[in-house]
Design a protein around this ligand. Structure first.
Ligand SMILES: CC(C)(COP(=O)(O)OP(=O)(O)OC[C@H]1O[C@@H](n2cnc3c(N)ncnc32)[C@H](O)[C@@H]1OP(=O)(O)O)[C@@H](O)C(=O)NCCC(=O)NCCS
Length: 169
């Protein structure tokens, strides 16, 4: 499958997701620990639907979740990118990040999220970026804070309390 690069950082390459990424994504989606703040794990069929949804986002919005790889080895590490979310009736662009558990604790999510913030502010000319985070998801809150986000409010979304973190250009 053709690899379409979007961004690179010191250690990472971010490329477009494609239909060949099912097995990669299942390393995250089939892991109940990685998915503990999501409604459930995802099977192969649901993972393929996720890829289709992401490809639609690229076409409609010029952004979506991208695949994050080790720049040197090409190893699949996770996904990080920009996704539209509805918050209190308005539409906001979210920085989303999900990495496979075996590579947590290396700073990859922060490095990728910082590059996505830069992309959102410079390439897409957005003035605000958010992250919607389960109030108990401390590793995710830590990433948001390292990216320069501050907690603005809590909302009820996906039937639970979600903290809205935000950063402005
Ligand atoms: C949220 C998630 C991406 C955070 O991953 P993470 O690896 O903890 O986050 P980072 O990439 O920022 O790494 C930070 C850790 O790497 C350590 N680290 C090691 N080497 C580092 C380096 N070179 N640079 C920066 N940090 C480094 C940091 O000290 C920090 O460790 P700590 O957690 O013990 O404080 C991960 O938990 C995940 O994928 N969860 C499942 C999906 C999910 O819930 N996503 C969020 C939904 S809102």
């Amino acid at each position: 499958m053709e690899s379409v690069e979007v961004l690179t950082t010191e250690r990472l390459a971010l490329r477009k997701m494609n239909k060949g990424d099912t097995a990669n994504l299942l390393e995250i989606f089939a892991d109940p620990v990685a998915m503990q703040y999501y409604p459930s794990t995802k099977d192969e069929h649901e993972t393929n639907a996720w890829i289709d949804w992401t490809l639609e986002n690229y076409a409609k919005f010029g952004a979506g979740l991208w695949i994050v790889e080790d720049k040197q080895t090409g190893e699949f590490l996770g996904q990080c990118g920009l996704v539209l979310q509805k918050v209190d009736g308005s539409i906001e662009m979210e920085i989303g990040y999900l990495f496979k558990r075996s590579v947590w604790g290396n700073g990859y999510a922060t490095e990728a999220a910082l590059a996505c913030k830069e992309y959102g502010f410079t390439e897409l000319q957005l003035s605000k970026l958010i992250s919607l985070i389960d109030v108990h998801n401390v590793p995710s809150i830590n990433v948001a804070e390292r990216v320069g986000m501050k907690r603005e409010k809590s909302v009820v979304k996906w039937d639970k309390e979600i903290a809205v973190y935000a950063v402005y250009r």
